[in-house]
Design a protein around this ligand. Structure first.
Ligand SMILES: *Cc1c(COP(=O)(O)O)cnc(C)c1O
Length: 393
């Protein structure tokens, strides 16, 4: 039996998850699983991980009562401030966990895939901190689009490897990183960036992100008492949402993940197998994976973590979608009401809340919303979309 958001049984979350990979990769995943199980049960490892999160990454992050937003919307909003961590997003929680595990496994190199470059930069950061060699696989198209992040990774000492297969974007970078991993297994750990991929990754990454939800739930209880009515987070691969939900899954709070309309793997996708897991994904009539389209680079992944497919299938969490236009409005609203410029990804959750306050989210509700990252990285995109109009307001 699965406990909800506990350890998956045989790597499965209901009918989702699993480990759909060739033999050689299967053994690699088994090795990661056994090391992770060993160290995650080891108090010294957990203590060291928490210590680094606090001394280096800036945890615990605050839970901020967004007062002006609350009075505008008629609901009480509490923001879990992952935007205030080192490097400015929740991704640091996962990469520190996996980099520390790499060291404990006796390996000296770490590889990662990246789409827009955010997970690549986070991995390069953790690699520098632990003195690990780092290679980041990135689609050729993305390398061109995200020149600044390519430079950031190089500045941090990582090597960026352009991937020219397929559509030359994130899904191809994942395939290439998996291929490279098998040939360098003795020295190398593959650091996946979200709650996706073959078992144990969806489970392990959620455990490394669980700190978000556990802190938020403790903070909410001590500051306000009880549980919130709603817990909201944006969903790309689903790691900040999974980490957040893990802290509230046993409470009465309603859990809502917010996807982009053009990348709603749960809302519009169907079950299938990609990147070693069975989950919901965007696919055409032949089952070929379709590209996701979103204004936010961090959410345009065609699949979603299998645990979210499972939580949706049993009705414990719901998933909703918002449009790019609603997201841009939300960026402006949060910036002007709270002095917090959100990344485009968490602005999806804000957009849903703004649209549904007084409807799906009744007036007076208490809402915890994970602010997964800060908006500096998106200033150029936002400026190109609405910059001219903003000057007039
Ligand atoms: C990468 C990223 C996301 C999306 O990833 P998840 O695994 O769905 O959390 C969301 N927000 C920010 C700020 C990101 O950088």
């Amino acid at each position: 039996m699965n406990t909800l958001m506990g350890q998956p049984h045989n790597g499965r979350f209901g009918e989702f998850g699993g480990r759909f990979v060739p033999e050689s990769l299967f053994r690699a995943c088994e090795e990661v699983e056994s090391f992770f199980e060993k160290f995650w049960a080891d108090d010294d490892f957990v203590e060291e991980y928490r210590q680094i999160l606090s001394e280096y990454a800036g945890r615990p992050t605050p839970l901020t009562h967004a007062k002006r937003l609350s009075s505008q919307l008629g609901v009480e909003v509490f923001l879990k401030r992952e935007d205030l961590t080192h490097t400015g997003s929740h991704k640091i929680n996962n990469v520190i966990g996996q980099a520390l595990l790499t060291v404990k496994m006796g390996k000296s190199r770490i590889i990662a895939e990246t789409g827009a470059g955010q997970h690549g930069v986070a991995t390069a950061t953790a690699a520098a901190l632990f003195g690990l060699e780092c290679k980041v696989y990135m689609g050729e198209v993305d390398v061109k689009r995200q020149a600044l992040n390519v430079f950031r990774m190089q500045l941090l000492g990582a090597e960026v490897i352009p991937v020219s297969s397929g559509s030359k974007t994130l899904k191809d970078a994942v395939n290439e990183a998996m291929r490279a991993w098998v040939s360098e297994l003795d020295t190398t750990h593959y650091c996946i960036g979200s709650v996706m991929g073959p078992h144990p990754y969806p489970y392990m990454v959620r455990e490394f992100q669980r700190v978000i939800g556990e802190e938020a739930s403790d903070q909410f209880r001590s500051q306000h008492g009880g549980s919130p009515d709603f817990v909201l987070a944006c969903v790309g691969g689903g790691s900040n949402a999974a980490g957040t939900f893990a802290g509230f899954v046993d409470s009465t709070a309603k859990l809502i993940g917010v996807e982009p309309e053009g990348g709603a793997a749960i809302g519009k996708g169907a079950p299938g197998v990609v990147h070693g897991m069975r989950s919901n994904l965007l696919q055409d009539e032949f089952g070929q994976v379709e590209e996701a389209k979103s204004i936010s680079a961090g959410l345009d992944y065609p699949g979603v973590g299998p645990e979210h497919s499972y939580l949706a299938s049993i009705g414990r969490a719901s998933y909703r979608a918002v449009s790019d236009d609603e997201v841009l409005e939300a960026v402006v609203m949060l910036s002007r009401l709270e002095g917090i410029v959100p990344a485009l990804e968490p602005a999806h959750a804000v957009a849903y809340l703004a649209r549904e306050a007084g409807k799906e989210i009744p007036k007076g509700s208490k809402v915890v919303l994970t602010m997964s990252g800060r908006g500096d990285k998106d200033a150029e995109v936002v400026a190109s979309m609405i910059g001219a109009r903003l000057g007039e307001r």
